[in-house]
Design a binder for this molecule. Structure first.
Ligand code: SF4
Length: 362
């Protein structure tokens, strides 16, 4: 919104001090200085993100997010990102590795490599192999950063089915630090809706990707994002989404009822669905998601899982919580002061759709 409206926002809401686009987030300190000197500030012009001013976000002292590519060149018809975040800009593998090495030396154990469409990583970087293959791909990056000392787990998000490769799946199976968890949004199980969304793949292709993942790593957790009630979605098309969810059995699915975003093509279409239809479909989908997630959770019962302890259980101070490699939230009795940041073997004793409970092995 800041990016779209810029200085107009200051005219509409004169009490605003600062209008800042996301590309300027790492200049926040300087911008606030200007505000404190009494200025109204607009920082929305497109800028090329420069390496030395990148200040990544840290939520915890043992898991960190590392941006590898900014922006997005896709044009999904519901999405505001391309309009506001600009074109793809990849960081160099060396800069990413250097940041991970620093994190490893500070005691971080887990890194999630981030990009709006992480499979696009490297397309804007130079580097072609003698066989003519681009050598700065996400797969190459995983091999390049895999042995960073101290980092025990590597994840990446968000994947795009259009660009997801078997080579990447093979790398994930080969590299022990890359966790067996794939987050690949499918958005809809219906080919017509996928076309209207301009996603660039079919549900058949999506299913083939999941089959390939399960061939290489049968136990991998699969999560995704889905939208229901996209403009023009019929009941039969929505049922195709249900069918995909039924067939694949996701470990987790982030669901949303479509909501029009200003400045996106789909927001202007006349065939919008009513809120009642959208919320009915969302409820039906969520019900199925929970049922399938519970089925997927069953496989953890009595298993020993490695948990990276992240915090105290906010509802029970006698317990700590962390995640399995497959990203299932897990609770078990323990003292956070002793266990924080440790990788602990835990026997799973209780399973729920989206979380587990266990007991630590001595
Ligand atoms: S949904 Fe994802 S891939 Fe599509 S335009 Fe938005 S950020 Fe890019």
């Amino acid at each position: 919104m800041a990016q779209q409206e810029g200085a107009q926002l200051l005219r509409r809401v004169p009490e605003l001090d600062l209008v800042m686009g996301p590309q300027h987030a790492n200049r926040l300190e300087d911008l606030l200085e200007e505000v404190f000197s009494g200025n109204q500030v607009v920082a929305t012009e497109p800028v090329h993100i420069m390496e030395d001013i990148t200040k990544p976000r840290r939520d915890s002292t043992m898991t960190a997010w590392v941006n590898v590519i900014y922006g997005c060149n896709e044009r999904c018809t519901y999405c505001v990102v391309p309009g506001v975040r600009g074109v793809e800009q990849s960081r160099t593998p060396e800069a990413i590795r250097a940041e991970m090495e620093q994190l490893g030396s500070q005691g971080y154990k887990e890194v999630t490599l981030l990009g709006q469409n992480i499979d696009a990583y490297g397309r804007d970087l130079p580097g072609i192999t003698p066989e003519g293959r681009h050598q700065n791909t996400l797969t190459d990056l995983l091999y390049f950063v895999h042995d960073v000392p101290g980092i025990e787990r590597i994840r990446f998000a968000t994947s795009h089915p259009r660009y997801f490769t078997e080579r990447l799946i093979r790398a994930c199976a080969e590299l022990p630090k890359v966790c067996e968890h794939f987050h690949i949004p499918f958005q809809s199980g219906d080919n017509e809706i996928l076309k209207a969304m301009a996603r660039g793949y079919t549900h058949e292709k999506y299913r083939r990707i999941i089959d390939t993942i399960r061939r290489y790593t049968p136990d991998a957790a699969i999560s995704a994002d889905a939208i229901v009630g996209f403009p023009g979605e019929t009941e039969a098309q929505f049922e195709n989404t249900l069918k995909l969810v039924e067939d694949i059995g996701f470990d987790q699915l982030n669901t949303a009822a479509y909501s029009p975003r200003p400045g996106t093509p789909a927001a202007l279409w006349q065939n919008q669905l009513s809120e009642t239809v959208k919320s009915d479909r969302l409820q039906r989908l969520n019900h199925l998601v929970a049922t399938k997630a519970m089925e997927r959770s069953q496989r953890y019962r009595d298993r020993i899982e490695e948990i990276l302890v992240e915090d105290q259980n906010p509802k029970d101070p006698t317990q700590v919580m962390g995640r399995t490699r497959s990203n299932r939230l897990t609770f078990f009795p323990g003292n956070i002061n002793e266990l924080n940041g440790n990788l602990v073997p835990v026997r799973i004793t209780e399973v729920r759709p989206f979380s587990l409970t266990g007991e630590v092995l001595s």
